[in-house]
Design a binder for this molecule. Structure first.
Ligand code: GLP
Length: 233
């Protein structure tokens, strides 16, 4: 894995954007996108850039189960507000967390991923090492699935909701097997809360107990770290 150390989130986000821009110049047409606080500045870079994404496809990693349509906390709304409303893509996909048949939704999402192979996948990382919403213990060979969120994830994400009890307990998440099919992966980690997960991801055992450790086996991963998330500084 290539590690890029930066002293600010702004610089890290600019570097992430420059990797995306270079990939698009070389023909990348499909981006895998993430939500959460981590990519916010990257999406600002994208919004403010002159790059035209209107010929591109975006597939998001995950969505909460059961939030009302239009809920500000849904990842569909997050993506609209932070990127798609300003920078239209040709098509954008996000799992439907309100589907009546969630299992069928997972199968359909895997089909979409197969039809739109991801050229560049953006990832954040959970404090417990999750990628997408693939919590510790998730199978490395699983496709899109309905996942139960751990207490630590609900705790971490409650800041976006009125209270922890408002955070959905389940999500639909692209599986680890699909994530690692991406040709190029950029994982961004900011803040000291991520340092332990970053250390285990980079230098620990490759194990389903630490989902992000699978990235050690991927041929093209760039990890962008700020001072606080970087255990070696
Ligand atoms: C969330 C998302 C992940 C994200 C991670 C970290 O729960 N499902 O895609 O990478 O947790 O979030 P943040 O960037 O807010 O720290």
């Amino acid at each position: 894995m290539k590690i890029v150390r930066v002293n600010s989130e702004t610089l890290g986000s600019k570097i992430a954007f420059s990797i995306i821009r270079e990939a698009t110049e070389k023909g990348a047409v499909t981006l895998g996108l993430a939500t959460g606080s981590t990519p916010l500045k990257l999406y600002k870079e994208m919004r403010e850039s002159s790059v035209d994404f209107s010929g591109m496809t975006a597939l998001n990693l995950d969505e909460y189960v059961g939030l009302p349509v239009g809920s500000d906390q849904s990842y569909a709304e997050f993506m609209k507000a932070n990127l798609f409303a300003t920078k239209p893509f040709k098509e954008t996909f996000i799992p439907d967390g309100r589907a009546a048949d969630l299992e069928a939704e997972c199968v359909a999402y895997d089909k979409l991923i197969d039809e739109h192979p991801i050229d560049v996948q953006i990832l954040g990382i959970g404090t417990n090492g999750h990628i997408g919403f693939n919590e510790p213990g998730s199978s490395f060979v699983a496709g899109t699935s309905v996942v139960n969120l751990t207490e630590s994830t609900i705790e971490a994400n409650k800041r976006f909701f009125a209270s922890a009890s408002d955070v959905p307990t389940q999500a639909v998440s692209m599986g680890i097997a699909s994530i690692v099919k991406a040709k190029k992966i950029i994982l961004i980690a900011f803040g000291e809360g991520k340092a332990d997960a970053v250390r285990k991801m980079l230098y620990g055992e490759v194990t389903e107990d630490m989902p992000a450790s699978i990235l050690q086996r991927h041929p093209d991963v760039t990890v962008i770290l700020d001072d606080e998330s970087d255990i070696l500084i």
